[in-house]
Write a protein that binds this ligand. Structure first.
Ligand code: PLP
Length: 390
């Protein structure tokens, strides 16, 4: 038979999902593994979502196609939510509801990056960005962050060429947890304006913060017309399986491009959940916000515990700024790279993610999720101590 598309040779399966499938298989086979490799909150969804699901299932017959970008009401609901939560107004016409934030990232990259274009990724980066740029025919240009995981402008500026089309940023960051300051973002926007670049700003973790010092990229002067904001409810409302994300931009050409691709690719997101979004973001907003804030508080308690324990075990941990990961350097005395160390830990029943999945420079790091119960984290630390004694 003829060979399949050559594009398949250029991209890789997400190492995060591949690793997670292996962990799940081993768990199914009976191994006792605490999965701290996944970016998935362990909470039940807020009760406002659960109640809305119940109501919508009996009150509305949402079994038809909706407009590709989502119903007008659902986009209005997201517009309200986004403004009330993060202080940035998007007209409902500037919003596209997507199948998770992942589809929003894919569509934004598809609309902006074409064959021959370069897109700058800030490492450590969520691995999907790289593969999506390649799928779009573009070239990912990886720029490492500073030691503290914040933006390194010397490196960023020297990576910009005539071919650079976009910079993809992710703050709060997966895996490092870095939350870029207003000053950093202003410098980045300034570079984007000077070099006529677009910014794809993935802010999916922006409700999970240790302090309230988060600035949305689009709030920076000069950013709105060249920025696509990516967000969703997977992490904030613990509904990873419902696939509720969105892309928003004041640049109407970008939104038109995203809709053009989406109309051929997947069509509208689940019609049923569009109604749920209206219900929780319009009628139940205050309670919904409180539920999200309560989850944040619990995350931060767990994060502090995990980081302090890891530091006692000799890991060099970054500051806990946002997202639900501890990003840490493996103690030198261990003499294993990130893949070997993760494999070693798996042998002791703890799944953690090798740093190499987030960029070539991070083979000495691991990412450990604290989107797990305190009990699981305490047991994981016990197991890690034992593993490190061997
Ligand atoms: N962006 C980042 C940085 C992520 O870590 C993830 C998921 O892990 C996503 C986007 C995708 O989120 P969703 O589950 O809403 O597609």
């Amino acid at each position: 038979m003829k060979a399949l598309s050559k594009t398949l040779d250029k991209i890789e399966e997400s190492p995060l999902t591949r690793f997670d499938s292996q962990v799940k298989k081993r768990k199914l086979a009976g191994e006792d593994i605490i999965a701290l490799n996944v970016g998935q909150p362990d909470f039940d969804p807020p009760k406002e979502i659960q109640i809305a699901i119940g109501r919508m299932s009996v009150e509305k017959g949402c079994n038809f196609y909706t407009p590709v970008s989502g119903t007008e009401e659902a986009r209005y609901a997201i517009s309200l939510y986004h403004e009330r939560m993060f202080g940035v107004h998007y007209d409902p016409k500037s919003i596209v509801l997507t199948n998770g934030a992942k589809e929003a990232v894919a569509l934004a990259i598809g609309a902006i990056v074409g064959p021959g274009d370069e897109a700058i990724l800030i490492a450590p980066y969520w691995s999907t960005y790289k593969e999506l740029v390649i799928l779009s025919g573009g070239k990912p240009v990886v720029v490492d962050s500073k030691k503290d995981s914040h933006l390194d402008f010397k490196r960023i500026l020297s990576a910009i060429t005539r071919k650079t089309k976009a910079i993809i940023i992710n703050s709060p960051n997966n895996p490092s947890g870095a939350v870029y300051s207003k000053k950093e973002l202003a410098r980045l926007v300034n570079a984007a304006v000077k070099n006529d670049l677009y910014i794809i700003s993935d802010e999916i973790y922006n409700t999970i913060l240790s302090e309230n010092d988060y600035t949305p990229c689009a709030a920076i002067r000069g950013a709105a017309e060249r920025t696509v904001t990516i967000n969703g409810f997977s992490k904030s409302a613990s509904v990873t399986g419902y696939r509720l994300g969105y892309a928003a931009s004041d640049n109407s050409d970008i939104i038109a491009g995203i809709n053009k691709i989406k109309s051929n690719f997947s069509g509208n997101v689940n019609s049923f959940f569009q109604e749920v979004l209206c219900e929780v973001n319009i009628n139940q907003f205050d309670d919904f916000k409180l539920s999200i804030e309560n989850m944040k508080k619990e995350f931060m308690k767990r994060g502090c515990y995990l980081r302090d324990e890891l530091a006692c075990l000799g890991f060099e941990c970054g500051k806990l700024e946002g997202s639900f990961y501890v990003w840490c350097k493996i103690p030198e005395k261990i003499k294993m790279n990130s893949s070997e160390f993760s494999e070693h830990m798996l042998g002791y029943g703890v799944a953690i993610t090798p740093g190499i999945f987030f960029g070539e420079s991070y083979g000495d790091h691991v990412r450990i999720s604290f989107a797990a119960s305190m009990k699981s984290l305490e047991e994981a630390i016990k197991r890690m101590k034992k593993a490190l004694e061997q």
